[in-house]
Write a protein that binds this ligand. Structure first.
Ligand code: ZN
Length: 282
């Protein structure tokens, strides 16, 4: 695929993106199943100790919350309005979050969903609003399969913008995500990882966690082979890590090729996969 609505500006930033790869975007995921588990746990506790119901719920903040027609992805209070590069798992537990930016995008998003499902891995997708509008069915599938969602702006802009534009980029995207999938999210990732163009400032003002990344596959490098993406990820893996890769914004077939090997390699290193809301739940 050669068509990309932000390809032109993206090319200009490839060098910077690679140089700044350790500061790329990352998000915290929470899965529906875990959410439901939390809710069930809470409900059980509440049933057992009715008098303490409110206290219990207050003590156990949900990473996400499912009601009839919507799903909300949360992070712990301490991450709200903050820039986050990685989680801090208790006892340095080997948990890691895969984050996938710039979709929904076909055919790559569907291909990656198939791989994630085969491996029983939940990831976190940072969506571009314009892409959600163009690909609503695949967006619905991502949510239905239990992955977490973050906001990645409407147009994927890099340059400095007015506060009004920054607000519009994020709010329009939040609206299309909600209208398409019923999801509300407190995760935001700035395009290109740029923190000083007005987007992160607005996101922080709205208590989003500005999710960067602790390691990147560097899959935006147009020359690199898939095995290099795998090597990058396996080399830099660490407990609480947030891994950056892409399913949209261009031809991501190399990332699709690399993904099963990344997952296998991380599993071999002893990692368990979590979503960003899960990772940032404490
Ligand atoms: Zn992006």
């Amino acid at each position: 695929m050669t068509g990309s609505y932000w390809k032109k500006s993206k090319h200009k930033f490839i060098g910077i993106t690679i140089a700044a790869s350790l500061t790329a975007c990352a998000v915290k995921p929470t899965t529906i199943s875990q959410l439901q588990t939390n809710q069930n746990n809470n409900e059980t506790q509440a049933a057992n100790v009715t008098a303490n119901k409110e206290k219990i719920q207050a003590k156990a903040p949900l990473k996400s919350e499912k009601t009839d027609n919507n799903l909300v992805f949360y992070v712990h209070n301490k991450y709200q309005g903050k820039i986050v590069y990685q989680g801090k798992p208790a006892n340095q537990e080997k948990v890691i979050a895969l984050t996938i930016d710039d979709g929904p995008w076909e055919p790559t998003t569907s291909q990656m969903l198939d791989i994630l499902k085969e491996n029983n891995v939940k990831a976190t997708f940072f969506w571009v609003g314009k892409a959600v509008k163009q690909n609503p069915e695949i967006a619905k599938r991502v949510v239905a399969e239990g992955h977490a969602i973050g906001n990645h702006t409407w147009n994927h802009p890099y340059k400095r913008m007015s506060p009004t534009t920054a607000k519009s980029e994020i709010e329009k995207t939040a609206d299309i995500i909600y209208k398409t999938t019923g999801v509300k999210t407190s995760l935001f990732r700035p395009p290109g990882g740029y923190l000083n163009n007005g987007l992160a400032a607005y996101a922080k003002s709205q208590k989003y966690a500005v999710v960067m990344w602790s390691q990147t596959s560097a899959d935006t490098d147009p020359r690199a082979k898939p095995q290099v993406f795998v090597k990058n990820v396996l080399r830099d893996a660490k407990p609480g890590g947030i891994v950056l890769m892409h399913d949209g914004g261009g031809d991501r077939s190399r990332t699709v090729t690399a993904l099963p090997k990344m997952i296998a390699g991380l599993k071999q290193q002893g990692y368990r996969f979590v979503t960003v809301p899960e990772l940032l739940s404490n």
